[in-house]
Design a protein around this ligand. Structure first.
Ligand SMILES: Nc1nc2c(c(=O)[nH]1)N[C@H]1C(S)=C(S)[C@@H](COP(=O)(O)O)O[C@H]1N2
Ligand SMILES: [Mo]
Length: 561
């Protein structure tokens, strides 16, 4: 550990020396960019723009290499900037992204970021063509953006600034090198090469210059790529999939109730009652998946408790475990949307852990924190009211997938994910809503957010064409922890009719429904609404997901021929 630290210090002072020498070269005018701009003759716009892109590649490659060497994926400047962007994104845009791109929202963000970086790099190159120092300064400014983004990540340490710093140094150095190489061999006042004259010696010089430019450009690109690849490979050390494969989950002390055979409505195109892990929706703010080694993992329970608890993964597996079927839903889910999934979770009851810690009077919130610094708040009362709130380690018979919170996450039936389902959880603080706020509640989302009653038509699909006659209409409804007591469906403005409800193992999962429709030719609108266990029927008025979940009735238009 000490040796490591010494190496880091040496590395840091090395970087500082480099920067100092670099700056000194300006003063002594030996620097390639110290040529006075007016006498500077640089090549055409295209090459200058390419210089910018190559220099940016060098910056990113170097930064990636350092992020990899440090084993800190999140400190990679583009990822840090992306993560900062996610945090700064207004709620409406986030909703839009989740709605528009769904599980691919992060890919969309990274593509957008890549485009932005490319445009900025082109700009830096063009700027450097006439004003080398400005180009240099712009490159440094981008480095500063990277540093700021990395340092403002919630779980960041000072070391997270290093990749962006090294990247900025590498980027400016590469830019200087490239621009010097791009300088035409002829001076501006000398004769220009005459391309129509094959024997003109100026042409040879120009060709030589071009060859050198291409060589240097290729060298920079190669080094950048090598750095990037090496960085990514180094980050594999952090990968926890091997550790995950070694986890042996104990049998539950309290097994799940059997799922009744009829829970799955057997119609082509129908949603699976149990969502396979690979199909389970994913919503989180993590641009890079936290890699949490179970051997190093601990959960701390502290705050307004009599006896703070610290639990290792081994100790967690030794607790009595319960297995439960619970449907998770996201507050960003729209009417008819699919940001919900049903899994069989294995975990220890959260209430028992909290009682062991001894919750003090006056507390009303659990503020949970994940390994990547994300915070979620959960109403304490919901966790203690007897429902199956779990500190989960297993999902559908395997350890939690890394994308779903390995090694441990919270699952609380009946509450939207953003107030209950903390993935990669490492810390539970028992506190008061008046004292602490979490990521989403700070952004105006509701503190108390029970899942709203929801129903959806899964078959037929929107805009489907079906044959006149008997048509199966089926779907999924949920009102976790209250249960779905009725589902009604309607054709056009006809009467509401009862659908047949499939059996369910309990109140905490979604429920499938099915009906037979005597379809007549023409275009028809099918509509659905559910009634929960308290007797409340889904309202017709449409409200958006912000701040506590969407309402409205799902409908599909089908053509009957
Ligand atoms: N650490 C962490 N946990 C999180 C989130 C997050 O962004 N970070 N998102 C929450 C939200 S909004 C939802 S809907 C659920 C989604 O869980 P899933 O991705 O396993 O489906 O996780 C919750 N837990
Ligand atoms: Mo969510």
């Amino acid at each position: 550990m000490c040796r490591w630290r010494a190496a880091v210090c040496r590395f840091g002072s090395g970087v500082a020396d480099l920067v100092a020498a670099y700056l000194a070269s300006f003063r002594s005018r030996t620097h390639p960019l110290s040529v006075r701009p007016r006498t500077q003759v640089v090549t055409g716009r295209r090459w200058a723009a390419a210089c910018g892109v190559l220099a940016a590649a060098a910056a990113l490659g170097a930064a990636e290499l350092v992020a990899g060497a440090l084993g800190r994926a999140g400190s990679s400047p583009p990822l840090a900037v992306g993560a900062a962007f996610i945090d700064l994104t207004p709620v409406w845009l986030k909703d839009f992204a989740i709605r528009r791109f769904g599980d691919d929202d992060k890919t969309a963000l990274l593509i957008g970021l890549g485009a932005g970086i490319t445009v900025a790099a082109l700009g830096v190159g063009l700027l450097a063509r006439r004003r080398p120092r400005w180009g240099l300064a712009a490159m440094a400014a981008f480095g500063l953006v990277g540093v700021t983004a990395a340092l403002t990540r919630p779980a960041a340490g000072l070391m997270d600034a290093v990749p962006a710093i090294v990247g900025a140094v590498a980027g400016t150095a590469a830019l200087a090198l490239l621009i010097r190489a791009a300088r035409r061999p002829a001076r501006s006042d000398g004769p220009r090469p005459d391309k129509t004259q094959p024997d003109d010696p100026q042409n040879d010089a120009a060709d030589d210059g071009r060859r050198r430019m291409l060589l240097i450009g290729a060298g920079v690109l190669g080094a950048a790529a090598a750095g990037g690849v090496a960085g990514r490979l180094l980050l594999r050390r952090e990968d926890v999939s091997a550790a995950r494969a070694e986890v042996r989950l104990p049998a539950p002390a309290s097994p799940a109730t059997d799922v009744p055979p009829g829970a799955q409505v057997r119609i082509p195109g129908m949603t699976a009652f149990r969502t396979p892990n690979r199909d389970f929706y994913r919503v989180d703010t993590a641009l890079t998946l936290p890699q949490v080694d179970p051997r190093a993992w601990t959960l701390r329970i502290h705050g307004m408790v009599d006896r703070p608890v610290e639990l290792t993964f081994e100790e967690l597996l030794a607790q009595p475990l319960a297995e439960r079927d619970i449907t998770l839903a996201c507050v960003s889910n729209q009417v008819g949307g699919d940001l919900a999934g049903n899994a069989r979770w294995l975990g220890t009851p959260l209430a028992a852990l909290l009682r062991r810690a001894g919750v003090r009077a006056g507390a009303d919130q659990i503020l949970s924190r994940s390994a990547d610094g994300m915070t979620l708040s959960t109403p304490l009362a919901a966790v203690l009211d007897g429902r199956d709130a779990l500190l989960a380690v297993g999902m559908n018979g395997e350890p939690l997938p890394v994308a779903h919170g390995f090694p441990a996450r919270l699952v609380v039936p009946g509450l939207y994910g953003y107030v209950s389902a903390t993935k990669w959880v490492v810390d539970l603080k028992v506190t008061r809503f008046a004292a602490d706020r979490a990521y989403w509640t700070r952004r105006g989302y509701a503190e108390r957010a029970p899942v709203k009653t929801f129903s959806r038509i899964d078959v037929p699909k929107p805009l489907a064409r079906v044959r006149a006659g008997r048509v199966a209409v089926a779907g999924t409804a949920w009102a976790q922890h209250r249960g779905v007591d009725a589902v009604e469906w309607q054709v056009d403005d006809g009467p509401w009719r009862q659908a047949r409800l499939a059996p369910v193992p309990g109140l905490d999962t979604w429920r499938q429904w099915v009906a037979e429709w005597d379809a007549t030719p023409g275009s028809h609108t099918l509509r659905v609404r559910a009634t929960d266990g308290t007797g409340a029927t889904q309202p017709a008025d449409r409200v958006p997901p912000f701040p506590d979940g969407a309402t409205g009735r799902h409908s599909v238009v089908v053509t009957v021929t």
